[in-house]
Design a protein around this ligand. Structure first.
Ligand SMILES: NC(=O)c1ccc[n+]([C@@H]2O[C@H](COP(=O)([O-])OP(=O)(O)OC[C@H]3O[C@@H](n4cnc5c(N)ncnc54)[C@H](OP(=O)(O)O)[C@@H]3O)[C@@H](O)[C@H]2O)c1
Length: 337
């Protein structure tokens, strides 16, 4: 099977390249970038090992987006920024499976997209043809999808513990979500606030309350506006830890619902009162979920790697589901130390 990656020089594109290069079903990969088009892949991504480069499945030259879109193969992964992604993919929409890692196809209500992103959703005629790619929750729809909207990293880490509890949550009080993200969550951008000297030994909250774009995505999936979402940047490269406090009708029933729903999910580990740590999921497609019950308040803690389960790993999981492969193929890595 052949795959193309748009945005292959960005953080999620680079992780996609590494996962797909070792994936047993993938026989050809084209990496695309605007700035590195025409250059050797070994130069664009010097971290790829010689044995990977010499395996023969990687096109040794980085292609421009236009060249890559001429023959995208069986699946096109778009790791481009929102706003650019859907329009760049437009020549192949409806013809080739597109797995879009941006927000461009994530909303079913165009008003929610506009409220979060300030413009109407791009490629309007294809919006209703996309499937929200939270793998554990949309398998049946994903099997026939022509466009897969890969979820955001914060929404993935927030929704996975909350979705099994939808019927248990008391909606009168807001869901309070505090999220910590590694710096790669912001992408490979030249911005002052992402400089090493700004971020090391430093932590900050940003876009708190209802200001962050991912609040709308989470709200749409949970069908509630009652969310206070406060993201924080912490001085680590990759990793995401989300703590959510909810009020539930019956704490023990809520915990039982969580345990029942995830009993046999290969990428979900419930840790109970042992609190999850980002290092235990780093470089993997796993999510770890722990909790503490305090009366009717349930505190949920979830850890993912933002570049894996939060982006590239889940995108490959979705590809596996879509093509009927074992869901864990190519995704059996153990956590980095
Ligand atoms: N980082 C995360 O943890 C994460 C998690 C979930 C989802 N996502 C989403 O995944 C996508 C990629 O994120 P990322 O963190 O990998 O970003 P990134 O590191 O900034 O990389 C994006 C790549 O896209 C290309 N690009 C940038 N602007 C473009 C434009 N206007 N038109 C075409 N190509 C453009 C750039 O490569 P060239 O300039 O070389 O073409 C760049 O390397 C984004 O939509 C992001 O929201 C990211």
């Amino acid at each position: 099977m052949k795959a193309t990656i748009l945005g292959a020089t960005g953080y999620t594109g680079m992780v996609l390249l590494r996962i797909l290069a070792q994936h047993p079903r993938i026989t050809g990969i084209t990496a695309s970038s605007r700035t590195m088009a025409g250059r050797p892949l070994a130069e664009a991504d010097p971290g790829l090992s010689r044995s990977t480069l010499e395996k023969g499945c990687l096109d040794p030259i980085v292609r421009s987006p236009a060249e890559a879109l001429e023959s995208p193969g069986d699946v096109l992964f778009s790791a481009l920024p929102h706003g650019a992604s859907a329009d760049t993919c437009s020549p192949v929409l409806g013809k080739t499976l597109v797995i879009d890692l941006s927000a461009d196809f994530r909303f079913s209500d165009p008003r929610s997209f506009a409220a979060s992103y300030g413009t109407p959703p791009p490629q309007a005629e294809f919006q209703s043809r996309s499937v929200y790619g939270l793998s554990e929750w949309n398998r049946d729809l994903l099997k026939n999808a022509e466009i897969i909207a890969n979820p955001g990293c914060y929404p993935t880490a927030t929704l996975l513990p909350l979705l099994p509890l939808r019927d248990q949550i008391r909606r009168e009080t807001p869901l309070v979500v505090n999220a910590l993200s590694g710096i790669t969550g912001a992408g490979k951008k030249e911005k002052t606030n992402l400089l090493y000297a700004e971020r090391t030994e430093n932590a900050t909250a940003y876009s708190v309350g209802r200001q962050h774009r991912h609040t709308g995505e989470i709200a749409e999936q949970l069908e509630t506006e009652q969310i206070l979402f406060s993201p924080h940047l912490i001085p680590v490269k990759q990793g995401m830890l989300v703590t959510t406090t909810i009020s539930v009708r019956d704490g023990n029933a809520a915990v039982a619902a969580l345990e029942e729903r995830y009993r046999s999910e290969p990428f979900v580990t419930l840790t109970g009162s042992a609190m999850p740590e980002t290092r235990h999921v780093r470089g993997t497609n796993h999510v770890r979920i722990g909790w503490q019950l305090e009366g009717n308040s349930l505190i949920l803690v979830s850890a993912i790697d933002n570049l894996w389960k939060g982006a590239a790993g889940q995108a490959v999981q979705n590809m596996n589901i879509r093509f009927g492969f074992d869901e864990t193929e190519g995704l059996q890595q153990e956590a980095d130390l």
